[in-house]
Design a binder for this molecule. Structure first.
Ligand code: NAD
Length: 483
């Protein structure tokens, strides 16, 4: 089955911070792939707006280099590169002053879809929003896209929401969480709400617990200074892990429409119980003979910032009463993997001899490195020798049924940018959702700060600190292997 590409309407997309790391590594290579796939129409334009008078030609050369460096373009796609580059424009702009805004105003075609990507530090969001309006650039239909981090606590998130809402309606604001753009995350909703099979079992009666793991092998890289003021809780849990938790735990929305889905996600966040101190483990990676410690990487020898968090969370509603959600994320771990595992309860009674009946069904949704799903089921071991049971993963990656179209499958950023152009907010976070998420994480962070909590050390290349193992072992359960 070949994935269908539905072209979007012609648009003008302005990328503030169009020369920055995110634009060069993700946004523009992603747009190029959509162009090659035939989704970005010939009449569309991308306007980079940033500091520095590099000129149109200079910008086009920069992006050509970025696509070659970060986009891993295939030989066939390079045939389209010149045509794509011809659709790029550049405006040297001073976000906090007047320079460049008049030129931008002249360039924008207001009769087309207009989108403004704020790929700059959040401290500049207010200036951009205000100038887009004072220069009469943004139309009432214009869309703005904002990147994480959306605040560093409830107060700052509220302030950001306020700044944006002074100039734009909520229906115009697209807060990106690129985890929501992943194919399998959307498949999670398709599996839950497009089949009769799972939903009747999707509750405390049949589910023992849920694990959400986002493990990275990389350290803080060149982002040490930023990361050290943030930590895993703010950088990963408050957004990505909580968004995944919402999609697993939410009630079926009445329609697959943006506000119906986001209303249900919000209810999940608001139902999260406050987390007890002994249900959270913070970790920080330590040096080994061959690798540096977090403190060295972050260039802060006294840092108490966590590069790992594990949490046992509870949702206080009828569906999930008593079902623990174990969340964990960390850097410099054993393997790079993101996985959601729904672990079903043990059989109430087995008619077979002991041995295989101890195993539980597990629905595992793999987000990276390879997107896919497996359902662990018990079957009879083939061959003679009586009724011997084995536990095998039923592969539900659908690769055979759908064919391998990894080349044409848009990555999360591409998909989300096309959703912005189409005006579909379903996979974007609403302002109240972001605030509710901070409201849950703030007390956890404040408690650490109040007691000067020292993170537990873990070895680079391990599965995390010992205390995180104890967190789940105490409940008679184990983490799934990080592999
Ligand atoms: P960057 O520092 O590489 O780029 C910043 C861009 O903003 C540059 O193009 C610069 O010219 C422009 N800029 C800065 N101040 C300006 C001003 N006063 N007037 C005009 N232009 C100005 O940053 P980045 O890594 O691309 O990140 C951009 C945003 O995306 C940040 O909010 C960051 O937190 C977020 N983000 C980045 C990544 C990533 O992988 N880089 C991932 C997630 C989120």
């Amino acid at each position: 089955m070949v994935s269908r590409v539905i072209p979007v309407e012609p648009f003008d997309l302005v990328i503030f911070g169009g020369t920055g790391d995110l634009a060069r590594r993700k946004i523009l290579p992603g747009l190029f792939r959509r162009f090659c796939a035939g989704q970005m129409p010939a009449g569309a334009r991308i306007i980079g707006a940033a500091r520095g008078d590099i000129g149109q030609q200079g910008y086009q050369d920069m992006i050509r280099g970025a696509i070659n460096e970060f986009g891993a373009p295939s030989a066939e796609s390079l045939v389209h590169l010149d045509a794509f580059i011809a659709q790029l424009h550049y405006v040297a702009i001073d976000i906090c002053g007047d320079g460049g805004w008049g030129e931008l105003a002249k360039l924008i075609r207001k009769d087309l879809v207009n989108a403004y990507y704020f790929s700059v530090a959040p401290s500049l969001f207010g200036d951009i929003a205000a100038r887009l309006n004072s220069w009469d650039i943004a139309t009432p239909e214009a869309r703005i896209v904002v990147e994480k981090p959306f605040g560093r606590d409830l107060q700052s998130a509220k302030a950001l929401n306020k700044v944006l809402s002074q100039q734009f309606d909520e229906s115009q604001i697209y807060r990106i969480d690129h985890y929501l753009g992943k194919e399998t995350v959307q498949n999670l909703m398709a599996v839950r709400f497009g089949n009769l099979l799972f939903e009747p079992l999707w509750n405390a009666q049949y589910i023992d617990h849920i694990q959400i793991t986002v493990a990275e092998t990389v350290g803080v890289g060149g982002r040490g200074a930023y990361y050290d003021t943030s930590g895993a809780m703010r950088d990963m849990v408050q957004n990505h892990l909580m968004q995944l938790l919402c999609l697993i735990a939410m009630e079926p929305p009445s329609h697959f429409d943006p506000d119906a889905v986001r209303d249900e996600k919000l209810k999940v966040i608001r139902s999260l119980a406050p987390v007890a101190a002994h249900h959270v483990v913070r970790g920080q990676y330590d040096a080994t003979a061959t690798t540096a410690s977090y403190r060295t990487d972050a260039e802060n020898p006294r840092s108490f910032t966590e590069s790992y968090v594990a949490i046992k969370a509870h949702i206080e509603n009828w569906r999930w009463a008593g079902v623990p959600f174990y969340l964990r994320t960390g850097k410099k771990l054993k393997a790079r993997t993101s996985e959601i595992a729904i672990v079903f309860k043990k059989l109430p009674h087995s008619i077979f001899e002991k041995s295989a009946d101890e195993k539980q069904n597990v629905l595992a949704i793999q987000l990276q490195p390879n997107e896919g799903m497996t359902l662990d089921v018990t079957i009879k071991e083939p061959g003679p020798g009586g009724m011997r049971l084995v536990h095998v993963p039923l592969d539900m990656t659908f690769a055979d049924a759908l064919g391998d179209h990894s080349e044409d499958t848009p990555d999360a950023y591409e998909r989300l940018i096309m959703d912005v152009i189409r005006g579909d907010q379903t996979l974007f976070m609403r302002g109240d959702e972001v605030e509710a998420a901070w409201k849950w994480t703030d007390p956890i962070i404040e408690a650490w700060e109040a007691r000067n909590d020292v993170p537990k050390l873990y070895d680079v290349g391990s599965a995390g600190p010992e205390d995180a193992m104890a967190l789940i072992h105490r409940d008679g359960r184990r983490w799934r292997e990080v592999k």
